[in-house]
Design a protein around this ligand. Structure first.
Ligand SMILES: [Zn+2]
Length: 549
């Protein structure tokens, strides 16, 4: 007995001596899902200088560290900060400044929103974003601009569809941008896009993919201060969902400068992994800067648009569309140009991330990537969306080391009409996230905001339960392609970090990595808790950037 008492005193002394290793922050009384190789669950974490010092059992951490700040997590769950592997911060910021047409249930509602906005802002150029004719009760296909012309005869109006692959312009804008003439005389525009004509061969105002370019060329931007504020608004929304990093899928170098400025001002702690669009100026930027790393912004990839979207029949398919005679869609970047960009990416050591929706585009990219893979095995080149893949081609993802980057909410958003575009047989390799995961061994997961909502819990719900926010369909859409909660979380953490060459700093809760972590309001271990969840607290490099309190 005496010995035991002596031992106890000795251990207590030892403990109090050991305590005193200093930390900036200790969070305890938590369920910490580390997402390491074994998915170890711990209870406490110590943080110093923005890095994780140690994660371990409650008493081990509490006894060892004296911290400047201690947070009792009240048994809540902690995960690595979510990385949205495919989102559009700048587009979303501009959407916030434009007329919000998301969720309009009719053309009339769209007009009302435009008039209300214009009466308040009195813009010289009216820009709206987010319409989706599939949501309109009396929809018989794409809208026409007749009523827009009546209301706005002498001011340009440009309204983007939710997917950004189509726009509706009024006649005033069509005349002033010379878009029809430019379209007719520029093969690049009509090989990678089209405009919808009425029965008299007049334009209806709808321009799709590359046909939009002459209008995009003259579209004015919002004032810089408004744009910056809107970016910060987007950041705040992301933090509230536990998103601590975004792979920005399509940037101009001027926009890199805007992000840089905000970071220098100390206002933008969000991790941003940028994909440049392959314009001449942006390629010059890449050649000059190489891999660009400043604060929490990294630029080391190009985003290439391989084809259009399925909804507007711009996705390039191997077979004709089931609901459009003699039409397979198209490449929006020519095959030769795609190969040129691949060579440039190899030269500047950038990653190539290509938007590929149709099965034909996916196959073309897999073949191009294969050539690079043969000389550079760990290139991690990505296909964004990988939405429709010929089942015969799945194995090429493994063969060519191609990283699938997918957005599960697309499956549940498209479920009601995808088969009408693809036919029954075409659905076999569509939205096939489990099949893709089985090939490559990892998938990067994103939301594709603002095409879809920023809410990552809807993404988890779509990936695991294969249901939309309303719980449709009851039994799940193509359940054979669902993935597990753990797989989905890895896709939003460590695998997304891998897809950006950031696995040594981000993606798991392990000693030495960035203390970029989130405390969630509800745990993610029961299906009914996926939705209506949010971040209770969000930390980037050990600094609290968001809290509900
Ligand atoms: Zn996108």
């Amino acid at each position: 007995m005496k010995n035991i008492i002596v031992l106890f005193i000795f251990l207590s002394l030892l403990q109090s001596c050991m305590k005193g290793e200093s930390a900036d922050l200790v969070i305890h009384n938590a369920q910490i899902y580390t997402m390491d190789d074994f998915n170890t669950v711990h209870n406490a974490i110590a943080i110093k200088d923005g890095k994780i010092l140690e994660v371990g059992p409650e008493r081990q951490i509490i006894n060892k560290y004296s911290a400047e700040e201690t947070i009792d997590a009240g048994s809540k769950s902690i995960y690595p900060g979510f990385i949205d592997a495919h989102g559009h911060i700048l587009s979303y910021a501009r959407q916030k400044l434009s007329i919000n047409l998301v969720g309009c249930k009719s053309y009339d509602e769209m007009l009302v929103r435009i008039e209300m906005y214009q009466s308040r802002h009195n813009r010289k150029f009216i820009i709206g974003r987010g319409w989706n004719q599939n949501l309109w009760k009396k929809s018989d296909g794409m809208p026409t601009n007749d009523r827009l012309n009546e209301l706005f005869p002498d001011i340009p109006v440009c309204l983007f569809r939710i997917d950004g692959h189509a726009l509706l312009a009024n006649d005033y804008l069509i005349k002033n941008s010379n878009v029809v003439e430019k379209f007719n005389t520029n093969p690049e525009l009509h090989e990678g896009g089209y405009l919808i004509l009425d029965s008299l061969q007049n334009t209806t105002g709808v321009f799709i993919d590359n046909a939009m370019n002459p209008i995009l060329d003259i579209l004015p931007d919002f004032p810089l201060n408004e744009l910056k504020d809107a970016i910060l608004e987007v950041q705040e929304e992301l933090f509230g969902y536990g998103i601590t990093g975004v792979h920005e899928a399509g940037l101009q170098f001027e926009e890199v400068e805007i992000l840089d400025e905000l970071m220098e001002e100390g206002k933008l702690p969000l991790n941003i992994y940028g994909m440049l669009l392959p314009t001449d100026d942006n390629i010059a930027f890449a050649r000059e800067n190489g891999i660009y790393q400043k604060d929490n912004l990294t630029i080391r990839s190009f985003k290439v648009y391989g084809d259009g979207a399925l909804g507007s029949r711009g996705a390039f398919l191997k077979h004709n569309y089931a609901d459009m005679h003699d039409h397979k869609g198209y490449l929006t970047t020519s095959l030769n140009r795609m190969k040129e960009i691949a060579t440039i990416c190899e030269e500047v050591n950038y990653q190539m991330n290509t938007h590929a929706i149709g099965d034909s585009t996916n196959r073309i990219m897999l073949d191009i990537y294969q050539e690079i893979y043969d000389v550079k095995p760990d290139h991690r080149w990505r296909i964004e969306h990988a939405q429709i893949v010929d089942p015969k081609d799945f194995k090429l993802f493994a063969d060519a080391g191609v990283f699938p980057s997918v957005q599960p909410t697309h499956a549940t958003s498209d479920q009601s009409w995808a088969e009408s575009r693809l036919g029954k047989a075409g659905m076999a390799g569509a939205y096939a996230y489990r099949s893709l995961l089985n090939q490559f061994g990892m998938i990067a997961i994103g939301t594709d905001f603002p095409v879809e909502a920023t809410d990552p819990f809807l993404t988890i719900h779509a990936a695991v339960n294969r249901q939309n926010a309303e719980g449709i369909p009851g039994g799940g859409f193509q359940m054979e392609e669902s993935i597990s909660i753990e797989q989905c979380l890895r896709g939003m953490t460590i695998w997304a970090a891998f897809a950006a060459f950031q696995e040594n700093e981000l993606g798991t809760i392990e000693k030495g990595k960035d203390a970029t972590i989130i405390i969630l309001e509800s745990p993610l271990n029961a299906t009914e808790q996926f939705k209506n969840n949010f971040a209770f607290m969000t930390f980037i490099k050990g600094k609290k950037v968001y809290s509900v309190e």
